[in-house]
Structures are given as C-alpha cells and as structure tokens.
Design a protein around this ligand. Structure first.
Ligand code: ADP
Ligand code: MG
Length: 837
C-alpha cells in the first residue's frame, strides 16, 4: 500500500473502507462501474473471468484493479459468494452531479454465501441456509425466503447429521466453537464457516443460536432484513422418521454416488411447478412422517387430485406462473430492490390468488385474501410497462396512479413545449434562423448562436456564458426562469416516484404475513398436485400403512431405474412379515441391490404421503431406515475401508428397533472370506434374534442360506431368477422363493469361456465343499461358526502326517543339488512324475 500522503483522496477514501473490511472483497463504486483493487482484484479477476489491469498506467501507479458494470453485479457477486468469498458493496451515497469535491461513499450492503444479493439467481430447488449452534440447539435461517427454525439437539452426532442433511451454505460460529465444529464437521459438507459474536441483546424464549443468526443478518444488511424473516419455529425431528445422511446417499435420494443430481430419486419424482414447491418436496423427503394420521391426510390430498385430472392440469399451468413467490417477497424488503421486483411479485401474486379457487377449505373472501387482492391491484396499476433499468431518475410509475405525480409530469412536459416556444420567439426577435436553445449538465439551458450571427445578439438581454470556436452561448433571465421550473419539476417527479415506491414497499411489508401464508399454501398445493401428477403419469398406487404390519408390495418397481429402462423394468412381488428377514442370493448383476433399495425407497415415499411405484402396497410404519452397502459397491465414495463399513454397522445395530427397515447389501465384503462371512452371519442372527427389524439382506456368502433350517419362521430365502438361453445367461430380474442355485458362478464362468478342465475341477471342489459344509452348518446340531473354523484348522493339521508324502518330501529335502548334472535333475523329475501318475 502506498503511504497515506502520496495517496489520492479517492484511494484514501478506499482504504478507509477497506481497512474496516479486510476479510471481504470490496466493490467500490466509481461512475458506472464497481471496481476492486489490490489483492481483492487479484482474487476476483480469475473467479469472475475478467481482465486484471493497473489503476493508472501512465502515472506509473501499479495498483492492480478490475471492475464490473454496476447494472450487472448480481451475477458477478454470486460467483464470488459461490467461491466462498464475502463481499462488501461500497456505493456512492450522494449524487455525483451535485456533489462538491469527492463523492461520498459508504458500505451499503455486506454479502456472504448465506446473505445473498439476488436470490433469484440461486439454484431454485435448494434452500440457502445460514446455520448456527449452541449447547443444545441448532438454528437455521434462509434469508431468501424468510424461513427460520431450530432443533433441539442432544449430541454432536445429531448436529453433524442435520448439517449433512440440510447442507447450510454458511455456518456462523463463535471463536470458542471452532474446535468443536472442526471435529463434528461432516465429510461431505462444503459450506463456509464465519465467525461472529452476536451483538443483539439476547431475546427471551429464543435460543442463543437463533439470536446469533438474527444478529448476524442485521449486522450484514441492517434492520430492514428483519421485516422479511418469519418468527423462529421449533421443529421436532423426533416426530419424524430417522434417516441419516448416509442413508440418503446410499439410496441416492438427492444425488447419486457420483454426485449427479439428475439421476437422483428427487429428480425422478419431482413434478412440482414452482421453486417453493420443489423446496418443500425436498424437505418432506428429508423428514418423512411417522404419525399415521398425518400421512393419511397427505394421501387424501394426493388422491383427491388424482381423481380430478382435468383440474389438475389447468391448475399446474397456473402454478407455473407463480414463479418463486417466496424469494420475490424476500427481495422487496432488501435495500437494492428494484421496481421490476414489484412487478414480478405482482405477477406471482396474481397467479397465486387465482389458485385460491381450488382450495375448498379456504374462505375465498377472508380479510387477508381481500387485503392481498387490493395490494395486487395497487401494484398492477402502479408501474409503467417498461420499467427503466436506472429508476433513480423516475419514469417508472404509471400516469393515473398518483394525481400529484401526474401534475409534475404535466409541468415537465409543458416546459418542454415552453422551451420550443421560447426558441422560436428568440429566432424571430433576433432574426437569427440558426439560433438554438439547448441543454447540458454543466450550464443547464442556454442559447447557442453561431459566430456569423453573433453581432445580431441583443447585448442588453443576452448574458454570455461560454465561447466556442465557432459559436457563442448565452442565457437570459427568461431562460433561467424556465430552467428552474423544468429542473424542479423533474427532480420533484423523481423524488415523488421514489417516495411512492417506498410507500408501496411499506404496503407489501405490512401484508407480509398474509403473503407468506399465500406462498406456503401455494407450495403445499404444488407438492400435492405434483405427487398426484406423478402417480397418474407413472401408475403409482396409494399404499396402506399399519403399525408393525407386514410388507406386501405387489408389482413393485424402482422409481428411478424404471424411468431409465421404461417398460423393460421387471416388477416384483415382495412379501415379508414383521420380524422376518429376506435373505437374497444370486450372482452379480442379478438385481439384488435394486430390489432392496426399491423397498426402502417405497417405504420412504409412502411416509411422505406419496403414492408408490407398485400395483398395490401394504407397508409397516417405519421409525428408521438403515442401509449398509458393502464396501465394494461403494468405491466411488472413497469410503471403501472396512472400518467405515463396521462403524456404520455398529451404529445401525445400536439404534435399530423392531419397527426399523434395514437394508444390508453384501456386508463383510471388505475383508477376507472367513472374517467377512462370520461377521455377516453374526449380524444377520442378531437382527433375527435380538433386533427383530424388517431386514433385507443380500449376500454372496451362500452358506448363510442354510440358516433357514435354524430360523424357519424368520428367515426367507429368496433369489433373483436367471435363465440360460442357448448357452447364454439371461438375467430375468424376478424375485423367486428359495436360495439361488449354488453353481451359478461356475455356470457363468463356463459361459464366459473358461477352459473345460478348470470348470470341471471347480465343480468337483464345490461338491466336496458342499458335502463337508452341509454336515456342519445344516441340521439341528449346528455348530458355532467360530468353532467350525477352529476345527477346520485342526483338520488341515491332522491330515498332514501322510507316510507316502512324508517319504517323498524327505527325498526332496535330502537332494544334493550342487552335485546334480542337469540331466540327472531331469531324470529325477521324470521319475517322480511317473510315480505320481
Ligand atoms: P446385483 O446387486 O444383484 O449385483 P443390481 O441390483 O446392481 O444387481 O442390478 C444390476 C442391474 O440390473 C441394474 O443396474 C439394472 O440396470 C438392472 N436391473 C436390476 N433390477 C432390474 C429389474 N427389476 N428389471 C430390469 N432391470 C433390472
Ligand atoms: Mg449389488
């Protein structure tokens, strides 16, 4: 930085601002541009893809700088925020035309990933949460929609889970919390951490974490931000199905393993027409219900719309016009809000109010609705069709809206014709045909006379203002008089229009509650109708849910894969009672994982109140869903370690209940066969004996299928059918009773072209192994697996003392290799070979 005395006044002004905000990128308004200097410029230029230049190359000032036009900063600011930066906007706070000396500049707004500039440029289907925590609460705020809520949390695992699931873009911590948060920070969370000690007085009845969010928001954007925030709502996650963020990942609910959103369940079932509806559907999926009456209420709504397909279609057209009502409401109370924002709010409101006719439950003419209708009419008549981008000079309020404004507009227009009149009068009086009345910012109105006529000018009336090479400029008293009138009318008009805008803003804010309610009704209606549309479009059915009931799904499909494969997807009937375990066997690629996931997804969909991809479904009310996907199926996540697999399994074993739905896919694959198989069996039996959860278990340890003899009531052996068609294996994706044929692996190998002897020998080994294995695992006197393995070890040892073999080995040991000729060695080998055959 240059020394203060060498700095220009402008740079002094810049540094006085920058030094207060060293951690932010300062956008410094200069004329039509927002400029960034020094390090800010070096950071921002590549992020924004703009050129980095020097401030004043000629004078040798090497200050790096870059800039963006003021009218297009919204997108640029978002790029900076997305990169995790914070931005301070330093604007001109007086009119440069009237300013004496250096234009006054001030920080007008501070922005961060959680406190954005233009919410309509964000991804519309995701909320933009700020988050904060204290000893026992975790609070969230979406400043773009006003949504505010908190959870009571009992431990750091819960905090970590909520953060992982709700994915806030920014977390506000006090310095003291840094260490703790570092420990519990979920691996997949990519937001930014900001440190902030709150300054607002702690409000009674409000958790500290919520208070900190409010205080932070005010510190960033001033008190006005409060008017668009809803009161903090306490949410009880314990009244919801417990689904961890890992389960959402395993089932690919919001993203696939590869991080693609397009192939997720959410993308496959989201038929909402508004951004707010999409956000709500997402929230429903994050927190499925467990109260049967709440589920039935939602199902009733969906069913109602399924039955009114024509209404449904026209309603969805109107919904589409609602746009992002919530975020449009949120924009109005922001300082940079533009008259165009009012216009789009007005359009949204119009469509939303039209939807009220579809609500039988709502009174059509209650006070709130009337107020909103009035407000909408007011907004509709307030603005001209084409609102100018720069609205500070007025020209955006329509004529006829305000009589005082109409008068001013009239005067302004009138004085224009007065100017023309004065001009022609002067031409006549002076007999100078080329005389012109003109206007510029420096002198205002003036009369211009070309040099050839300058002698004709009446010196007593004309005062000279400026001399040009070939013309002279004058003013007269009359002209000054006129100018005053024009200018006052113009500036009065601009002033009045801004005043009207401010009043309209107040009117909107005073209707905030009703507006928010309207938006929420729309979101809800959108989700119900979207689920109905989805159900009709994909032939889903309404499931029945019963506590501790059975799972019985006829014609069950996987909602995502089904859409990819269209009519090639094979539907299955899946049945199991409570306290039963479905043990799935079959070769790779037979459809085991798909089937199990579709059961979990069906259950999840049912408990958000949706219809499900099946012909008919009876389902139990599930309190929690657990999934454990074996390491090898999960390589892309970089979680392939056996340790992770076991940590998750441990958590599952500690938390699952008899009302939980558990998916175990190839557990134990990440370790050696005996280890893995022992663990898999032990876990499976623990579910059967102790936890009694609804368990679906896919395994390649074929041995486990023998457990059916031990648990004939609880264990259901099932497999995915395969057929052979003229020497080619065909997956039929049909769920069948019984365990899979044991030699599928060998059959597949044969078809793949493995040499005959290898296949034959493998078949022989398999038979031997089965005979041996059956003796031990099957039957009533089944031995503990550990014991069995111990025995196998001793068997190997016992089989070693073989007199023939011993003698032979002795021969080899006693051989004096140094004394053998190559021919001797060859002869010896030939002899042994003969003995052996
Ligand atoms: P597994 O777990 O037995 O190895 P997957 O469940 O991963 O097999 O399924 C392998 C592939 O088979 C899937 O990616 C899908 O394309 C196809 N598939 C699975 N189930 C079905 C089905 N019911 N109908 C049609 N194709 C299916
Ligand atoms: Mg699989």
């Amino acid at each position: 930085m240059a020394k203060a005395k060498e700095m220009t006044p402008l740079m002094k002004q810049y540094w006085s601002v920058k030094s207060i905000h060293p951690d932010k990128i300062v956008l410094f308004r200069m004329g039509d541009f927002f400029e960034m200097f020094h390090e800010d410029a070096q950071i921002a230029a590549p992020l924004l893809g703009i050129a980095l230049t020097a401030r004043n190359k000629k004078s040798g000032d090497q200050t790096p700088m870059c800039g963006v036009p003021h009218h297009s900063i919204a997108g640029q600011i978002n790029k900076l925020l997305e990169a995790g930066k914070k931005v301070a906007i330093c604007d001109q706070v007086e009119d440069p035309k009237t300013a004496k000396g250096l234009v006054k500049r001030e920080i007008t707004r501070i922005l961060s990933p959680g406190m954005v500039y233009d919410p309509e440029t964000l991804e519309s289907t995701s909320p933009n949460y700020l988050c904060s925590l204290d000893e026992n609460t975790l609070s969230f705020m979406d400043s773009t929609t006003g949504e505010c809520f908190y959870f009571l949390v009992k431990d750091s695992t819960e905090i970590s889970q909520f953060v992982d699931t709700l994915n806030p873009v920014e977390i506000i911590l006090s310095e003291k919390q840094e260490k703790l948060f570092h420990i519990i920070k979920p691996e997949h969370w990519k937001g930014v951490v900001s440190f902030y000690e709150d300054l607002l007085d702690q409000e009674k009845d409000l958790p500290r974490s919520a208070n900190r969010l409010l205080s932070y928001a005010v510190s960033m954007q001033g008190e006005s931000v409060l008017s668009s925030l809803h009161p903090f709502e306490k949410r009880n996650s314990r009244m919801r199905m417990q689904v961890s963020s890992q389960v959402f990942r395993h089932l690919e609910i919001f993203k696939t393993y590869k991080g693609e959103k397009d192939s997720s369940l959410f993308a496959a079932i989201n038929r909402t027409r508004t951004a707010g509806g999409a956000r709500k559907l997402k929230n429903w999926l994050q927190f499925p219900l467990i109260d049967p009456s709440e589920i039935v209420q939602r199902q009733d709504q969906v069913e109602k719309w399924v039955g009114q397909y024509d209404d449904l279609k026209s309603l969805r057209k109107t919904l589409f016009q609602v746009g992002d009502l919530e975020r449009r409401i949120g924009k109005i109370s922001q300082p940079q809000c533009h008259p165009r924002d009012f216009k789009s709010l007005c359009d949204s409101m119009g469509a939303a109010l039209e939807l009220l006719k579809f609500y039988e439950e709502l009174p059509k003419n209650n006070e709130a609705v009337e107020k909103l209708k009035k407000l909408r009419l007011e907004l509709e008549s307030a603005f001209v069709d084409e609102v100018p981008a720069n609205f500070r000079d007025g020209g955006f309020i329509a004529t006829g809206f305000n009589t005082k404004l109409d008068e001013l507009i009239h005067i302004a227009k009138d004085s224009q014709s007065e100017v023309r009149k004065l001009e022609s009068e002067e031409k006549e009086k002076t007999a100078i045909p080329s005389l012109k009345v003109r206007y510029n910012n420096v002198f205002g109105f003036y009369i211009e006379v070309r040099n050839t006529h300058k002698d004709k000018v009446p010196k007593e009336r004309y005062q000279r203002k400026q001399t040009l090479t070939n013309a002279e400029r004058y003013v007269t008293d009359e002209l000054n008089e006129l100018e005053k009138r024009v200018i006052t009318a113009k500036s009065k008009r601009a002033e009045l229009e801004l005043e009207i805008l401010e009043q309209l803003k107040k009117n909107v804010i005073s209707s905030m509650r009703a507006l928010v309610q309207l938006a929420q009704e729309c979101n809800q209606l959108d989700v119900f109708t979207a689920l109905a549309y989805l159900a009709v479009e994909n032939d889903y059915s309404r499931p029945t849910l019963k506590e501790k009931g059975k799972i019985s799904i006829e014609g069950s499909r996987h909602p995502v894969i089904e859409q990819v494969l269209s009519n090639q997807f094979v539907a299955n009937d899946i049945r199991m009672d409570s306290n039963q375990c479905l043990l799935l066997t079959g070769p790779n690629m037979a459809g085991k994982s798909t089937l199990m996931r579709q059961v979990a997804i069906t259950s999840l969909m049912a408990q958000i109140g949706s219809f499900v991809p099946a012909r008919k479904a009876e389902l139990p009310l599930v309190d929690k869903i657990f999934t454990r996907i074996g390491a090898s199926d999960f390589l892309t996540e970089g979680l392939s370690t056996f340790m992770v697999e076991m940590t998750e399994t441990a958590e599952m074993l500690n938390k699952a209940t008899e009302n939980s739905l558990v998916i175990l896919d190839e557990v134990g694959r990440g370790t050696s066969t005996y280890d893995g198989m022992s663990l898999a069996q032990s876990i499976l039996e623990y579910f059967i004996n102790t936890l009694k959860s609804y368990t679906l278990f896919a395994t390649h340890y074929h041995e486990l299928t023998d457990l059916e003899d031990k648990y004939p009531e609880q264990l259901l052996n099932r497999h995915m059918a395969i057929s052979e068609d003229s020497g080619e294996i065909r997956f039929r994706y049909q769920l069948k009773e019984g365990a899979a044929g044991k030699s599928y692996g060998i059959q597949v190998a044969k078809l793949a072209g493995l040499p005959g002897p290898v296949v034959k020998y493998a078949g022989k080994l398999l038979k031997e192994y089965e005979a041996h294995h059956h003796r031990e695992v099957g039957g009533s006197a089944q031995l503990d697996l550990w014991q069995r393995m111990a025995e196998e070890q001793t068997e190997v040892q016992e089989s070693q003392p073989n007199p023939e073999l011993e003698k032979w080995l002795e021969n080899i040991r006693g051989l004096e290799i140094q004394k053998l000729t190559p021919l001797d060695a060859l002869n010896r080998l030939a002899q042994w070979q003969q003995e052996l055959s």
